[in-house]
Write a protein that binds this ligand. Structure first.
Ligand SMILES: [Fe+2]
Length: 184
């Protein structure tokens, strides 16, 4: 099943379907791949508060996919992030997230449960676009590409993060007057 979807903010245009989404993201230099979310034990497919053992279990389930991606792209370390209403200060955290920023290395997320959106600054002819991601979707936002991340209405996500070095993930604010946080 293919679920990722694009929304171009300036025109409200939506891009759906695997070939169209892949072609669009490729042009925008955003890596998109897909893992089989059903590999994960059923009990973990809808679980958003995780013990360390459960996090290790998720990493072990996707070990082959993680290592394959890491080898191709030079990522050296990975972990699990989970966000839900059980996360302390979720609203504050989301507010902090909703600022356009860049990193000095790729921002890589493989969604293993729940949903999320990356808002990315595309080429000048496209402007900002949203990439809506669900379990199985894997995205890598290139280094120095302005973006931010937020949750969808269900406010629940679990994702594998991959890094070259964790220091690379420091956010550098990107001041952009042309960006209005227009929501759907
Ligand atoms: Fe980021």
């Amino acid at each position: 099943m293919f679920l990722a979807e694009i929304r171009i903010r300036n025109t409200e245009e939506r891009i759906q379907g695997e070939d169209n989404v892949r072609a669009f993201l490729e042009k925008q230099e955003v890596l998109y791949e897909h893992w089989d979310p059903k590999k994960l034990e059923a009990g973990l497919q809808e679980k958003f508060v995780l013990s360390d053992e459960e996090k290790q279990q998720i990493l072990a389930t996707f070990d082959e996919e993680i290592r394959d991606l890491a080898e191709r792209r030079g990522y050296k370390t990975w972990d699990i992030i989970s966000l839900s209403d059980a996360t302390p200060n979720l609203d504050e955290l989301l507010k902090k997230f909703e600022n356009v920023h860049t990193h000095t290395e790729d921002e890589v997320r493989a969604i293993t449960a729940g949903k999320g959106i990356f808002i990315i600054k595309g080429t000048d002819d496209v402007g900002y676009f949203d990439v809506e991601l669900e379990a199985g979707d894997v995205i890598s936002v290139p280094e120095y590409k302005p973006h931010f991340f937020t949750l969808m209405e269900n406010r629940q996500i679990v994702a594998v993060r991959l890094f070259i070095e964790t220091e690379g993930w420091i956010a550098h604010p990107y001041a952009d007057e042309s960006f209005g946080s227009k929501q759907a």
